[in-house]
Design a binder for this molecule. Structure first.
Ligand SMILES: Nc1ncnc2c1ncn2[C@@H]1O[C@H](COP(=O)(O)OP(=O)(O)O)[C@@H](O)[C@H]1O
Ligand code: SF4
Ligand SMILES: [Mg+2]
Length: 341
């Protein structure tokens, strides 16, 4: 069953996704917040994407574009509608005990590791907690698993006996990653996992995530506002603006030849370092400007250089259409820009 946009989605049709090895298939995801019983606001509209097993898929967009809302909806933490298939099950419909069991497969790492860790617990207890809650293994097995997880995320046995406050920000994020790994998930949702860390530590955590992906075959949904990091880390990327995906495609295409006016604006404003010198640490942050998107038509109409006063941009939400190299672009006129550019 499909909700939301008719026509092609930025990640291909649902049928195509199912034929491929999509681990996560999101169709028509709409996230709603309720200020009161009568006052509801949609902050994510009809979002479609799919992630293959083993892939690192990036969600980029400025602050307020809806990235965390998508993550929270996938984790059943926000009210959402649409169709999400994860590992062969209809994900958003799961409730109660079946959901608790299935949840092991999808885990999340938040931006601020400190906020998500109980300061009274030792690192070992924090890492063991998911095993305790889900009653996995006997005591001895849990101890061994915690040792294994400490090693996996590059923490020493001695650090395992400390409280999180005794460790650095990067080490605390390693604890959060170990907790996310404890239940052997297939997919990890990473919501700006390095944004709160010192620049000198960011590359270390990014390298750890890369290493873990290779070592245990993880799949990532990686939320990031730094385009340089997104290009470095992700195989494919969806660019979000005003709660809608405006362009999806292979990272190399999004950065090499972006087609949507918003993607083009973002990329042209990002000083990409020489790849041989690359440090995925700097670059323009998409956090800088926040303008509320309009209620109708294209979300980018108020900032778009390509619009040229055309009514269609104001009256009709652009549906994603294929570009020449695997991209899908939600702009009525993107071919014009690509011909000129
Ligand atoms: N709990 C909430 N209640 C109401 N509105 C919210 C809530 N959380 C986020 N929003 C709004 O939803 C929009 C998207 O926010 P968010 O998903 O956090 O964006 P991002 O992660 O891209 O910065 C923003 O306009 C934000 O103000
Ligand atoms: S649909 Fe119109 S306003 Fe939106 S990005 Fe394309 S040209 Fe610009
Ligand atoms: Mg966020």
């Amino acid at each position: 069953m499909r909700m939301g946009n008719a026509g092609r989605s930025p990640a291909g049709t649902a049928e195509e996704a199912r034929e491929s090895d999509a681990l996560l298939d999101v169709r028509g995801l709409t996230v709603t917040y309720s200020a009161s019983r009568r006052n509801h606001v949609n902050v994510v509209h009809d979002v479609d994407f799919s992630i293959s097993s083993g892939e690192a898929f990036g969600l980029v967009g400025e602050s307020g574009s809806g990235k965390s809302s998508i993550a929270r909806a996938l984790m059943h933490l926000s009210s959402a509608s649409g169709e999400v298939e994860f590992d062969g099950v209809s994900w958003l419909r799961q409730r109660g005990r079946p959901l608790r069991r299935l949840r092991a497969g999808m885990q999340m790492v938040f931006q601020d590791p400190y906020a998500s860790l109980d300061p009274r617990m030792t690192v070992r207890a924090l890492i063991r907690e998911p095993l305790d809650i889900n009653r996995i293994g006997a005591q001895q097995e849990r101890r061994e698993r915690v040792d294994e997880l400490l090693e996996l995320v590059g923490l020493t046995s001695e650090q395992g006996d400390r409280k999180p406050s005794a460790l650095s920000g990067g080490q605390r994020q390693r604890i959060a990653i170990a907790r996310a790994l404890a239940l052997d998930p297939k997919l990890i949702v990473l919501d700006e996992p390095i944004s709160s860390l010192d620049v000198s530590i960011q590359a270390q955590v990014l390298n750890l995530l890369t290493e873990l992906r290779e070592r245990i075959g993880l799949t990532y949904l990686f939320i990031v506002h730094d385009l340089v990091v997104a290009e470095y880390f992700c195989d494919r990327i969806a660019v979000l603006f005003g709660g809608r995906i405006v362009e999806t495609g292979p990272s190399a295409e999004i950065f090499g030849s972006p087609l949507h006016p918003y993607s083009r604006d973002l990329v042209s404003a990002t000083p990409l370092p020489d790849p041989t010198q690359r440090r995925p640490l700097s670059g323009r942050s998409t956090k800088e400007t926040v303008i509320a998107p309009p209620n109708a038509g294209c979300p980018y109409q108020n900032r778009c250089a390509l619009r040229n006063g055309r009514d269609r941009c104001v009256t009709e939400v652009p549906l994603p259409r294929p570009g020449p190299r695997g991209q899908l672009v939600a702009c009525h006129f993107f071919e014009e820009e690509s011909r000129e550019g």
